[in-house]
Design a protein around this ligand. Structure first.
Ligand code: NAP
Length: 331
């Protein structure tokens, strides 16, 4: 049997595992390469309530089901395989260079995900997970803070959108930002200010402040802030801290090979998920325009696998425009 895989998937998060299920079920020789262990971000999520079909499921349990489902259809998983670089070979195949081994495939799906940017302050790691009080996803964890007092950190689009969402559940939300001006778009900032200025609003702002430490015994009980203009420190009591200070895609190994945005997200045509290199697709939180949700990552994985099928059937498909308005090379 040939050593060449039909499809190699980089990353065993929800996008990668969903892609592997579809590719393996199409009887393609499929390999998933994972740097650490399967699951991506959801492996650390206690309770998922927004994945359709599951009222509530632990992230680790969902990962186990996804992994088993893909493997049952013949997908092969190799863990502790950190991809260092990719090469397009003269015969059209793609070589994937890991630290100790190389693999060759006719097609690749890059689903290497993103990590939440951390504040790097005491208490952040200790209380990480919504049960203990530190969360990086308001859409996922907002409902767990019903009637509670929470603090959100950040001033970008995510911070404002997510703070507005969490404030629908929390009794009180304080948004802490390190400057006076928000990085978020004007429309979102205006929406926030409108809410803040409503009579009896449950959203307060603390501008020109940075977080210094998150405190508590077994759960979050307070956060220490410092005003960067006055240097005055204060401790705010709270039940939870939402950290929305950006995402870092795990794409450093692709620099110079694929087109990345300044922030490191993989450029692709968001309809068919093609990168600039024929045969290489991307899926999930590492690509531009991702909604950063479990269900959309799974959808992306499925989409990339369906497009892989088209490409493997006929590589000329690669140059197919999605519509008259989006010609190949325009993404
Ligand atoms: P972002 O735009 O990079 O914003 C990060 C925010 O966190 C900034 O306000 C930044 O402050 C602050 N920050 C960073 N490090 C910090 C630290 N150590 N301590 C305190 N604050 C810190 O990230 P994002 O909001 O996650 O958005 C990522 C991308 O997705 C952006 O391009 C965004 O436009 C896009 N997005 C779009 C939408 C939408 O269109 N609806 C929704 C969500 C995200 P400074 O401003 O002072 O640097």
């Amino acid at each position: 049997m040939s050593d060449i895989y039909d499809s190699i998937i980089i990353g065993a998060g929800p996008a990668g595992l969903a892609a592997a299920l579809y590719n393996a079920r199409d009887r393609f020789k499929t390999l998933i390469l994972e740097k650490f262990y399967p699951g991506g971000q959801i492996i650390n999520t206690d309770r998922i309530e927004n994945f359709p079909g599951f009222e509530s499921i632990a992230g680790a349990d969902l990962v186990e089901k996804m992994k088993a489902q893909a493997e049952n259809f013949g997908a092969e998983l190799k863990v502790s395989q950190e991809v260092k670089s990719l090469e397009k070979l003269p015969d059209g195949n793609i070589r994937i260079n890991c630290a100790k081994e190389n693999f060759t495939a006719r097609s690749v799906i890059i689903a290497c995900g993103s990590d939440y940017r951390k504040l790097g302050i005491p208490g952040e790691e200790e209380f990480r997970n919504a049960g203990a009080g530190v969360s990086y996803c308001g859409t996922c964890d907002g409902p767990f803070f019903k009637g509670k007092t929470v603090v959100a950190i950040g001033g970008g689009n995510t911070a404002i959108e997510e703070a507005l969402h969490v404030a629908k559940f929390a009794a009180q939300l304080t948004l802490v930002h390190r400057r006076q001006e928000f990085r978020a778009t004007k429309v979102l900032t205006e929406e926030l200010m409108q809410k803040v200025n409503e009579p009896h609003s449950n959203i307060k702002l603390k501008l020109d402040n940075i977080p210094l430490a998150i405190g508590g015994s077994t759960k979050v009980e307070n956060i220490k802030l410092k005003n960067v203009k006055t240097n005055k420190e204060e401790q705010l009591p709270c039940d939870g801290v939402f950290i929305f200070v950006g995402m870092i895609p795990n794409t450093a190994f692709l620099k110079g090979f694929l087109d990345l945005t300044e922030a490191g997200f993989i450029k692709c045509d968001v309809g068919y998920l093609r990168t600039k290199v024929p045969g290489i697709f991307t899926a999930g939180d590492c690509r531009i325009g991702a909604a950063m949700q479990l269900a959309t990552a799974v959808g992306d994985g499925v989409n990339a696998a369906m497009m892989t099928k088209q490409y493997l059937r006929d590589p000329k498909w690669w140059n197919m425009p999605i519509s008259d308005s989006l010609a190949p090379g325009q993404w």
